[in-house]
Design a protein around this ligand. Structure first.
Ligand SMILES: [Zn+2]
Length: 103
C-alpha cells in the first residue's frame, strides 16, 4: 500500500467514525432503549390454594428476558407498560442493526 492509498483509507475511516458518532448521538438523544428479549410465559402467582399451585398456570404474560451480571433475569411486564416496553426493545434492536453497519 502506498502513501496515497493509506491516506485515502485514513480519510474514509475518519468519515465513517464521524458518521457513526453522529448516528449514535441522534439515537441516544431521541430514543429510549431497553435491551433484552420479549417472550410470553405462563404466570404462577404462588398464592396458597390457587389453581397455579396445582399445575394450572394463569394466562401467559409478556416477559422481558435479559442478561444481568452473567445471569438471565426475567421480568413480567404489566399490561399498562406493554406498548412502552415493546417500543423500547424495538428501538434497541434498531440501534444495534444501525451500529452493525459501521463495525
Ligand atoms: Zn395463581
Amino acid at each position: 500500500m502506498n502513501d496515497s492509498e493509506a491516506s485515502q483509507l485514513r480519510l474514509k475511516a475518519s468519515r465513517l467514525i464521524s458518521e457513526r458518532q453522529r448516528m449514535e448521538k441522534g439515537l441516544m438523544e431521541h430514543q429510549r432503549f431497553l435491551r433484552g428479549s420479549l417472550l410470553e410465559r405462563p404466570k404462577f402467582c404462588g398464592k396458597p390454594g390457587c389453581k397455579c399451585t396445582k399445575g394450572q398456570p394463569h394466562p401467559p404474560g409478556l416477559c422481558l428476558s435479559r442478561l444481568v451480571n452473567g445471569t438471565v433475569r426475567q421480568i413480567f411486564i404489566r399490561t399498562a407498560d406493554h406498548e412502552r416496553v415493546v417500543s423500547q426493545v424495538v428501538n434497541a434492536l434498531k440501534a444495534s442493526l444501525i451500529l452493525l453497519v459501521y463495525v
